[in-house]
Ligand binder design. Structure first.
Ligand code: CP
Ligand code: NVA
Length: 305
């Protein structure tokens, strides 16, 4: 059987995504399901950037599926510096049953996937964060009991989260409105892919400069940091450029009365979100964080069966 990877939501069919989500809900109810899936297998976790949720949820999920996680910190294998990425992929394939990688440059993930004989999972790159987007979709299903026809508003930086969320919304029939300042649009390739998927599901993908327009009537209000990992030197400029894009009470007042607030975390209270919104009764941020565990286990079930 040809090995499968999980690099982008774009690579999964609508049916595969639906299956992974169903599996994730089953695993949440019965964490012991598929307990022997990874028996005898080690998984290499290559992290070029820091992580709380992704590392701990993967290590825990791999353990629950009977496998063993080997965490490789930035300086351990020095991806792309100490030896060619292709050699790392081919070497690791001789030891482990899979590679989970968080990288600065998306191309490195593609290279790992191309040269590894074992599944490669995207644990965040500069371009996308598919595991987080899937956990977010699972959370919306839990809260609303449906996806199709809901309005999802993303307000802030058009970054890796935005790219994956646009695809995830479009593929599951949710309308997505993205509000970013000039110069911070999501990746145009992801916008056109999302629009192509939306044409199949009846969803809409809208880009605007206006947070109020995006928030109007929205069921989901979502934001992410204005300064992603690797962009620290741009902090001052970004904090200036994103003024007016904070999700605060003035914006939540425009949303549907049963709206939920979402954030992939880590969050910055007083920057992309007001403290009374993220810590308020509509916030589901820790459900999203928990669902990383269930959805990633479901992704591994998908890749290994
Ligand atoms: N949301 C997320 O990926 O968190 P970490 O960076 O802590 O893994
Ligand atoms: N956009 C953020 C997501 C963190 C989970 C970053 O890349 O740092």
């Amino acid at each position: 059987m040809k090995k499968k990877d999980f690099i982008s939501i774009a690579d999964s069919s609508i049916a595969d995504l639906a299956n992974i989500l169903e599996q994730a809900h089953r695993l949440k109810k019965q964490p012991g399901l598929h307990a022997g899936l990874l028996a005898g297998k080690s998984m290499a976790l290559i992290f070029q950037k820091p992580s709380n949720r992704t590392r701990v949820s993967f290590e825990t999920g791999i353990f629950q599926l009977g496998g063993n996680a080997i965490y490789l910190a930035p300086d351990d294998i020095s991806l792309g510096k100490r030896e060619p990425t292709a050699d790392i992929a081919r070497t690791l394939s001789r030891y482990v049953g899979g590679i989970v990688a968080r990288v600065f440059v998306h191309q490195d993930l593609l290279e790992l996937a191309c040269y590894a004989d074992v599944p490669v999972i995207n644990a965040l790159s500069d371009l996308s964060h598919p595991c987080q987007a899937l956990a977010d979709i699972m959370t919306i299903q839990e809260k609303f009991g449906k996806l199709s026809g809901l309005k999802f508003a993303y307000i802030g930086d058009g970054n890796n989260m935005t790219n994956s969320l646009m695809l995830a919304c479009a593929k599951t029939g949710m309308h997505i409105a993205v509000a970013t300042p000039a110069g911070y649009l999501p990746d145009p390739v992801f916008v056109s892919k999302a629009r192509a998927c939306a044409a199949l599901t009846g969803a809409q993908v809208t880009l605007t400069r206006s947070p109020a327009e995006a928030a109007a009537g929205a069921h989901v209000l979502y934001t992410d940091t204005w300064v992603s990992m690797g962009q620290e030197s741009e902090t001052e400029k970004r904090l200036r450029d994103f003024k007016g894009y904070c999700i605060d009470r003035a914006l939540t007042d425009l949303a549907d009365k049963d709206y939920i607030f979402m954030h992939c975390l880590p969050a910055h209270r007083g920057q992309e979100v007001a403290a009374d919104v993220i810590d308020g009764p509509h916030s589901v941020i820790f459900d999203e964080a928990e669902n990383r565990l269930h959805v990633q286990k479901a992704v591994m079930v998908f890749l290994y069966t």
